[in-house]
Design a protein around this ligand. Structure first.
Ligand code: ASP
Length: 370
């Protein structure tokens, strides 16, 4: 990130009126870090990495808000469609993929994270925006939060309506994302998601509504809002991420299989045993209520654990958090609880954690800390 103090001093000496951003003051250099020379432009430099999704979607008619093809419009067209972006940042686009986000695999997660990790290491990049489909943006956001070691803003953005629809939400979401990616006050807050005027924590946010622009929600509330090109913050994440994470994508080339089994009444052992036969090293049990396990399934899960499979209790409820040793004696069975992570986020953390450890106690520590 550029240091703004020299610009401020030079401009004050010359009697120049500065943009508000330049007057925010310098970012203190960390011990051992050398301040880079100020750039000629006062605008932050943001790279927009496009992956597809509805924000790049196109429908046959402007009335098609829900019937359309995702991942059609290339990144340069997305940027050109929002001329106001040029006023808030110097941007350039990179097309990573052009896919609907339900088709993301671990291979794409890793490729994207390595690309973003390389970008944020560059002195000429102040922040990164990633356009993405809404279906799995919460997983990608959390993955990047865990494995990209940076304080620079990484901002996910998506839309619920395709770019061709009346009142499409992508343009403002993208403008807001670029604003946040270029904001000094967005640094060190983990990966963010900017949609519907809100700045959500990538770790916490989840798609809760599948048909409205207000699709994303965090049970702990958004971190802030973007209004008329300005960021307003109300809370900060407390879980480890970015530079405080022990994980680093630069050393991760594959992820182990983790399966989710959804809880309901009248269950059977086969979904668990089949997942393990298919290579799952950990099972996220998306249990009812407090991650409950039906009495008739306990032996199946104990047996899998005795064979080395990690059992992680999450909840299908979505909000709240699973309490250890409540409902089930986790200490006795050597199971792990997913804390407040929903099943799909627990799957991401388990896969990342398993690249480092197979130890259930270590895994539980990681679930408390991230
Ligand atoms: N299925 C689309 C996707 O996730 C939905 C969206 O982007 O809203 O790519």
């Amino acid at each position: 990130m550029r240091r703004t103090l020299p610009i401020v001093l030079m401009a004050l000496m010359a009697g120049t009126v500065l943009p508000a951003r330049a007057l925010e003051g310098p970012i203190p250099a960390k011990p051992g870090e050398t301040a880079t020379a100020p750039a000629a432009s006062a605008k932050p430099r943001v790279v927009i990495v496009a992956t597809g999704g509805t924000i790049a979607g196109a429908g046959a008619d402007a009335a098609n808000s829900a019937t359309y093809q995702a991942a059609k419009v290339p990144v340069d067209k997305l940027i050109a469609a929002v001329p106001a972006i040029a006023q808030v940042a110097d941007v350039r686009g990179e097309q990573a993929f052009q896919i609907a986000s339900e088709s993301f695999t671990n291979a794409q997660l890793i490729e994207l994270a390595k690309k973003v990790s390389a970008l944020v290491k560059r002195d000429d990049v102040d922040g990164v925006v990633i356009t993405h489909g809404t279906d799995t943006v919460e997983e990608t956001a959390y993955f990047l939060d865990l494995v990209v070691r940076t304080d620079k803003p990484i901002v996910m953005v998506a839309s619920m309506r395709p770019s061709t629809a009346i009142s499409a939400d992508g343009a403002l979401n993208l403008l807001d994302a670029v604003t946040v990616a270029g904001a000094n006050d967005a640094r060190a807050k983990g990966v963010l998601l900017t949609m519907n005027d809100e700045i959500q924590a990538g770790r916490d946010t989840t798609k809760r509504v599948n048909i409205k622009p207000s699709a994303f929600f965090s049970q702990w509330g958004p971190l802030g809002m973007v209004v008329e090109g300005k960021t307003y913050w109300f809370r900060a994440p407390v879980k480890r991420h970015g530079t405080t994470s022990e994980f680093n994508i630069d050393g991760i080339d594959s992820l182990p299989e983790v399966a989710i089994v959804y809880g309901s009444g009248n269950m059977h052992p086969e979904p668990y045993t089949t997942a393990v036969a298919g290579g799952a090293k950990a099972i996220i049990h998306a249990g009812t209520g407090n991650g409950s396990v039906a009495g008739y399934l306990v032996d199946t899960l104990k047996d899998l654990r005795s064979k080395g499979v990690l059992i992680i209790r999450s909840s299908r409820v979505g909000d709240g958090f699973v309490l250890r040793n409540a409902e089930q004696p986790d200490d006795k069975y050597d199971w792990v609880v997913a804390h407040d992570l929903n099943p799909q986020k627990a799957k991401i953390l388990a896969a990342v954690a398993l690249t480092k450890t197979q130890d259930s106690k270590e895994l539980q520590r990681i679930f408390w800390e991230y």
